[in-house]
Design a protein around this ligand. Structure first.
Ligand code: ATP
Length: 503
């Protein structure tokens, strides 16, 4: 057998009391697609950071193309031929796509622009090189990160959950990209929570649990059920079916909403109509970058529009002119797409992060923080939502991606909202925790809460929504009853085939 491209022996990394990686052995073959699987907090991202030189191991050896190496920084890793696309992106928001890429890749702007376009077309990663990153959706930002990596011509490409934010069509194209790269001899290390994907594309899978390797298998020889059990150590919980019920009063109404953003690359919205009642879940499906971000900001109150005051109504009141805090006072709660920065402040403790939105739950009295209540609220959120962390004082930024998501979703549900809006509810969350979050959302609906979800995962929307509307190029389709709709119908709306067919 040829020598592996990369071998790890006994790699260990500890953060304070958390043993994130314990004696990891791993071999990545040349020209292979190798999955790393594991629950949230199992240590997958830490392992990738050790390989990419972002973190230094406490113990263990890295053997790269037959030589012992110390990958002391990402620049060193890139020099050796290792590239990485992170779960949390590392782009400068105020720069354009091509400016961001030029920080790492040499070449004139014109050359880089041309290469971005060619690579984009070749690999199904289209993005406008002149667009400012702040105007891009999460999915588009990820495309930029992948293109930037490919431009450094890596021998090993590490992808931390590359498909979690991609719509199904793009996942297929990305897989073609990865397969093409593998056929040209590039190895790919790939973190994913989506077991079917792993089975369809990966040659090998290494399973981590609690910082240790618990399995090293050929994923094509095991079904998704088997993989799930190896990963979470038990069988998958089932989602409880929603109880049929009569929807109640209108909690959210968008009536003929138009919006022209200031940013020329952002998507304008036109004629948006939506009605959401107490006791139902409405899902918004669509390929990222079709106006989801703009719509989210208008609903959450991050963007206010006094002229459209009456076009956005919550709990029966016009709110277009109200900011986010005023809308929350009416019983609105919100989980944004970006966990770090918008959902939570990474430098603050979890306890202080609960204050951001839960201060009205008796945590602040006469301007004074009640630390005991703050700690109790945070501890309840950690326990009820199975957030794996040392405790309420842990910094939000130190949590693994999925655990931070569980924390933010839990915090917002604990506010007992009348209207809950969740963008990408299970992004980056492992399969066990994802089904737990979905069950919570269905329970809320059954208790009479109005729930709005934006998700790019059609299966997820089908599992829990009563009705689905599809957003495309800033317009929202009519609502489709899930019980009378097939997944393929939504897919056709997403790519605009319904309009072309004149339906
Ligand atoms: N900088 C850090 N400081 C303190 N603890 C950390 C730090 N980075 C990671 N950890 C901890 O190490 C453990 C492993 O985290 P890691 O991010 O590697 O998990 P993961 O398997 O990638 O999870 P996910 O699927 O949620 O992304 C977690 O308990 C996490 O809280």
């Amino acid at each position: 057998m040829p020598a592996p491209l990369l071998s790890l022996r006994g790699l260990t990394k500890t953060y304070g009391t958390v043993r994130a990686n314990r004696g990891i052995d791993l071999d990545v073959a040349e020209g292979s697609i190798h999955a790393i699987l594991g629950e949230n907090g199992a240590g997958k991202s830490t392992l990738m950071k050790l390989i990419y030189g972002v973190e230094t191991p406490d113990a263990g050896e890295v053997i790269w193309r037959g030589h012992h190496v110390a990958l002391s920084s990402p620049a060193e890793a890139r020099r050796q031929g290792i590239g990485m696309v992170f779960q949390h992106f590392s782009l400068f928001e105020t720069l354009t796509v091509v400016e961001n890429i030029s920080l790492i890749v040499p070449g004139s702007k014109a050359e880089l622009t041309a290469r971005i376009r060619t690579l984009g077309q070749e690999y199904g990663l289209e993005v406008e090189p002149r667009a400012h990153v702040h105007a891009l959706s999460v999915g588009e930002r990820q495309r930029v990160e992948i293109i930037r990596c490919l431009m450094t011509d890596p021998k090993l490409l590490i992808l931390d959950e590359p498909t979690s934010v991609l719509p199904p069509q793009s996942v297929q194209r990305l897989f073609q990209t990865l397969t093409r790269l593998r056929d040209r001899g590039v190895s790919i290390l790939f973190i994913s929570h989506k077991l079917e994907e792993i089975r369809s594309i990966c040659d090998r899978a290494t399973i981590l649990r609690d910082g240790q390797v618990t399995g090293n298998i050929d994923p094509r020889e095991h079904d998704a059920h088997d993989l799930a059990r190896m990963m979470i150590g038990r069988d998958m919980p089932e989602t409880r079916p929603a109880v049929a019920r009569e929807p109640g009063e209108l909690r959210l109404e968008l009536a003929g909403l138009d919006h022209q953003p200031d940013d020329p690359f952002a998507q304008s919205l036109s004629g948006i109509n939506l009605q959401l009642r107490a006791g139902e879940i409405l899902g918004i499906a669509g390929v990222s970058g079709n106006g989801q971000g703009e719509l989210s900001r208008l609903i959450s109150g991050e963007t206010t529009d006094p002229a459209a005051s009456d076009q956005i109504r919550m709990m029966g009141q016009p709110v277009g002119h109200l900011n986010a805090a005023a809308r929350r006072k009416l019983g609105f709660a919100f989980v944004p797409e970006e966990r770090l920065g918008r959902g939570a402040v990474p430098e603050m403790s979890l306890a202080d992060n609960t204050l951001l939105t839960a201060h009205r739950q008796g945590l602040v009295r006469r301007g004074m923080i009640n630390r005991l209540r703050e700690a109790a609220f945070t501890a309840r959120c950690i326990a009820d939502y199975d957030v794996r962390t040392p405790g309420p004082q842990a910094e939000a930024g130190a949590l693994s991606g999925g655990n931070l998501q569980k924390f933010i979703v839990g915090r917002e549900i604990m506010l007992a909202p009348r209207l809950l809006f969740v963008s990408q509810p299970t992004w980056g969350v492992d399969i066990g925790a994802a089904s737990a979050i979905r069950r919570r959302l269905v329970d809320l609906r059954n208790d009479g809460v109005a729930v709005l979800i934006i998700s790019e995962e059609i299966e997820e929307l089908f599992e829990i929504c009563d009705r689905i509307q599809v957003i495309r190029e800033g317009r929202l389709s009519a609502a489709l009853q899930v019980s009378q709709t097939r997944v393929e119908d939504i897919g056709r709306y997403m790519i605009g085939a319904e309009e072309r067919a004149g339906v």
